[in-house]
Ligand binder design. Structure first.
Ligand code: HEC
Ligand code: HEC
Length: 276
């Protein structure tokens, strides 16, 4: 199957339908029905669609490609273009911002949050504030919060459906058990060498997320794996998820240095943060 066929078939999958019906977010098919103007009309609706396209095809889209440094699309982690109810969900996300960000030691906007994922998870360069790519993605993510109540997050910059950390602690994980489990549950798709292929993204190495990304922390990766992987069969126990996270994150990946990911100040506008 081509990548697009895989994505389309996932849209019609059960997970996507549950996510969609929970929040009355339309499926692509429903959007086409007459008398159901679910996208905002006119230009705004077009920007929402453009944002979803970029989230899905980040590595290929001409507006996002110049800012990327690896082979991951936003949807590689924000499953089903962020419509998945728990695996990197964008449903309700916009209601949490502006939010306090302990890492940056400041209050960040939804725009900052979007742009920061380019630098870390996508190992790329932060696009300029107010750029087309930034506004399109924000329009799409905000649309996925239509009708939900605002509740700005005073603790961390994540929305109401953010992945919760597991009770199993990261230092309880076993590299050896993780290695065996990876071979059984993950290697078919992501490869024994972690490099993936055209349909499956790399999970370590030069083309994967860098060591400043959220998933580079074992506790975050374990929590995300628990709800996200194996794809369409997320049945790992907490212990297994932590073991596998220890194994995956024991490999080399690009190093993160903030200065290397910020364009010259005149091009980026303000970087809303102090610390790397
Ligand atoms: C390597 C995986 C990965 C990739 C690729 C990635 N992100 Fe993220 N992103 C995360 C994780 C992990 C979080 C924390 C979310 C959580 O705890 O549920 C996050 C958080 C976010 C948030 C805040 C979500 C919230 O609940 O408030 C936004 C917005 C976001 N990412 C946008 C993007 C965009 C846009 C892209 C593509 C340009 C992208 N991300 C690519 C892993 C990734
Ligand atoms: C059936 C194939 C399949 C299996 C099995 C699978 N994955 Fe994935 N995985 C994917 C696909 C495809 C994506 C990207 C999601 C998308 O684009 O919709 C992904 C995304 C990821 C990501 C985030 C993006 C990245 O590359 O860093 C990680 C991490 C990951 N998988 C780890 C695992 C681990 C660990 C296992 C085993 C527990 C596993 N996967 C099992 C297909 C699979």
């Amino acid at each position: 199957m081509t990548r697009i066929a895989v994505l389309l078939s996932r849209y019609s999958g059960r997970g996507a339908l549950i996510a969609i019906s929970m929040l009355s977010v339309p499926s692509l098919a429903q959007e086409k029905l007459p008398n159901k103007p679910l996208l905002p009309p006119g230009e705004l609706g077009a920007w929402v669609r453009l944002g979803e396209e970029i989230v899905e095809k980040t590595t290929e889209h001409p507006l996002s490609k110049p800012f990327l440094g690896n082979d991951l699309n936003c949807t590689s982690c924000h499953l089903q273009n962020g419509r998945h109810p728990s695996a990197g969900s964008f449903l309700g996300t916009a209601t949490a911002y502006p939010a306090w960000a302990p890492r940056e030691q400041t209050v960040v906007t939804l725009e900052d949050r979007v742009l920061n994922c380019f630098m870390r998870s996508c190992n790329g360069v932060r696009p300029p504030l107010g750029s087309k790519v930034s506004i399109a993605i924000q329009s799409y993510i905000t649309w996925l919060s239509q009708g939900e109540s605002m509740r700005m997050n005073p603790q961390r910059p994540v929305g109401p459906r953010a992945v919760s950390l597991l009770a199993a602690k990261p230092d309880s994980g076993s590299l050896e058990r993780g290695r065996a489990l990876y071979a059984q549950r993950c290697a078919d798709c992501h490869g024994a060498d972690g490099k993936g292929d055209t349909d499956n993204p790399p999970v370590w190495g030069e083309r994967s997320y860098n060591d400043g990304a959220g998933l580079a922390k074992v506790e975050n990766l374990g929590a995300w794996l628990k709800v996200a992987m194996p794809l369409d069969d997320a049945t790992l126990t907490e212990k297994e998820a932590i073991d596998i996270a220890v194994f995956v994150n024991s490999h080399e990946r690009p190093r993160f240095e903030l200065s290397a990911h910020l364009p010259p100040a005149a091009e980026t506008g303000v970087y809303n943060g102090e610390k790397p």
